[in-house]
Every structure is written in structure tokens, then in C-alpha cells.
Design a protein around this ligand. Structure first.
Ligand code: IMP
Ligand code: MG
Length: 175
């Protein structure tokens, strides 16, 4: 791992406040319905737990793992399903919960795949979005923060599997 340090970017309070806001909006949008949250592991797990706690309509959860990044900081362009969902999506109102959308490659493939499983509706919610990095167009329904083109860690996001447990979001600076 090259020499680097992590600079604080978004505090735990800022992130929590924003997740509460998004939770309220989602609860309103889905009034009278049930939501099936699909977490994209591993990065999305922290966000999904916090978000789920703030949604007031009934929620069920499922997890899926796809690989896109190797051990570096660049998207490979190929996604592989490492762990598929346990439950069917048929007839459900599904929200995919992601940690970050970067090139959009992972998400556009995933949306394609999941929409073929006939959910009643399929939306996308992300903690972070780096719009400047987009290569493939994806429609994001709920975004907590749009951020500049920097490599970020914390709140579930990793650099080579490190820093996921930081309670805030930091930027990796290479020394
Ligand atoms: P995409 O396919 O390029 O949109 O990549 C999305 C995935 O790459 C995310 O789900 C993350 O796992 C990872 N990723 C992209 N940017 C970052 C970052 O700044 N920090 C940590 N992981 C990232
Ligand atoms: Mg991810």
C-alpha cells in the first residue's frame, strides 16, 4: 500500500443528518407500501443499516455482493456476482442501496440484472455519488452526497479492505 493518510471530509453528524433526511423522503414516497432493500456488499452495509432504521414503512432486507474493484482504486469494468440474493424480487418494491457510484459500470449492470427479475419497481439509493467520474449513465433516485473526484473511505467504504469502520467519511491523500 503506498504511503497515504486520510483527511476528514464529512463528519459522522453530517452523514447521520443526511441519512435521516433521505429516510424521511423514502418513507413518504413509499407510504402504504413495503420496501425491499437490496444492499450491495460490502461497502453498502453500514449505510443500509442506518437508512433502514430511519424508514418508517415496513422493510425487508437482502444482500448481494458483486466485485468491481480489485485492490487498487480503478474500476475493472467487469462485474462478477460473488453472492446472489437469497429472496426473489418478483412483485416487490425494491431499492438498491449502494455506498458510492463512480463510473456507474457496476450499477448499470446490476440494475439490468435485477430488473429482469420482475420487481414491481426498482430504485437506486446511494450514500455518495461522484458525477464527474461517470462513464455509464445511471439514474440515481436518492443521493445523500455528491462529492468531487477523490478516493474516499469510511462509513463502509474501503481502501484495500481498510478503513470501512471509520464513523466518518475521509479522503485518501497519497503522500
Ligand atoms: P463503479 O462501477 O465505477 O461505479 O464503482 C462502484 C464501486 O467502486 C463502489 O461500489 C465501490 O465499491 C468502489 N468505489 C468507487 N469509488 C470509490 C471510492 O472513492 N472509495 C472506495 N470505493 C470506491
Ligand atoms: Mg460497492
Amino acid at each position: 500500500m503506498p504511503k497515504h493518510h486520510v483527511e476528514k471530509f464529512l463528519t459522522e453528524e453530517e452523514v447521520d443528518k443526511k441519512i435521516s433526511e433521505i429516510g424521511r423522503i423514502i418513507s413518504k414516497d413509499y407510504e402504504g407500501k413495503k420496501i425491499h432493500l437490496v444492499c450491495v456488499l460490502r461497502g453498502g452495509a453500514f449505510f443500509m443499516c442506518e437508512l433502514a432504521k430511519r424508514i418508517t414503512v415496513p422493510v425487508s432486507l437482502d444482500f448481494m455482493s458483486v466485485s468491481s474493484y480489485g485492490s487498487g482504486t480503478e474500476s475493472s469494468g467487469n462485474i462478477k456476482i460473488v453472492k446472489d440474493l437469497d429472496d426473489t424480487l418478483e412483485g416487490k418494491d425494491v431499492i438498491i442501496v449502494e455506498d458510492i457510484i463512480d463510473s456507474g459500470r457496476t450499477l448499470s449492470r446490476l440494475m439490468e440484472l435485477l430488473s429482469s427479475r420482475k420487481p414491481n419497481s426498482l430504485k437506486l439509493c446511494t450514500l455518495l455519488d461522484k458525477p464527474d467520474r461517470r462513464v455509464v449513465d445511471v439514474k440515481v433516485d436518492y443521493t445523500c452526497f455528491e462529492i468531487p473526484d477523490e478516493f474516499v473511505v469510511g462509513y463502509g467504504l474501503d481502501y484495500d479492505q481498510m478503513y470501512r469502520n471509520l464513523p466518518y467519511i475521509g479522503i485518501v491523500k497519497f503522500d
